[in-house]
Design a protein around this ligand. Structure first.
Ligand code: HEC
Length: 103
């Protein structure tokens, strides 16, 4: 019997029920880290670079949240797939977190 797993499962279900998920959990849940990392460029840009690009832009959260939901294709070899299943509230939570990252 693997008690470590049971405890982990119990903790995860409590978090899911007891309060809204934090932005990092959302990024995991929606598998953003398959293509992105906070600190290094992968298939998609590093989130710290996204934050740097939008620093000082008052509409940054809205723009980034829209990219998350609608996707982006700015001409590189890869594109950012749309995520119509993500609510605007969740997209904004993730956008705020991404934009708060610093080198
Ligand atoms: C299949 C790979 C892939 C997945 C999965 C993915 N992305 Fe991306 N993402 C990309 C690529 C590639 C780009 C660059 C697109 C471009 O500008 O052409 C990008 C760009 C971005 C940008 C930069 C937008 C900008 O305006 O500069 C953000 C923010 C972002 N993704 C967030 C996310 C989030 C949040 C998720 C999870 C919901 C996610 N991505 C999932 C590949 C991915």
């Amino acid at each position: 019997m693997n008690f470590g797993f049971l405890i982990l499962a119990a903790m995860m279900s409590t978090v899911g029920v007891a309060r809204a998920q934090g932005p990092e959990a959302l990024l995991q849940q929606y598998k953003c880290y398959i293509c992105h990392a906070n600190n290094e460029t992968r298939t998609g840009p590093a989130y710290i670079d996204v934050a740097a690009k939008y620093r000082g832009n008052p509409r940054a959260v809205a723009i980034v949240a829209a990219v998350v939901i609608r996707g982006a294709r700015s001409g590189g070899p890869w594109h950012m797939p749309p995520h119509p299943e993500i609510s605007e509230a969740d997209a904004k939570k993730m956008a705020r977190y991404i934009l708060s990252l610093k080198k």
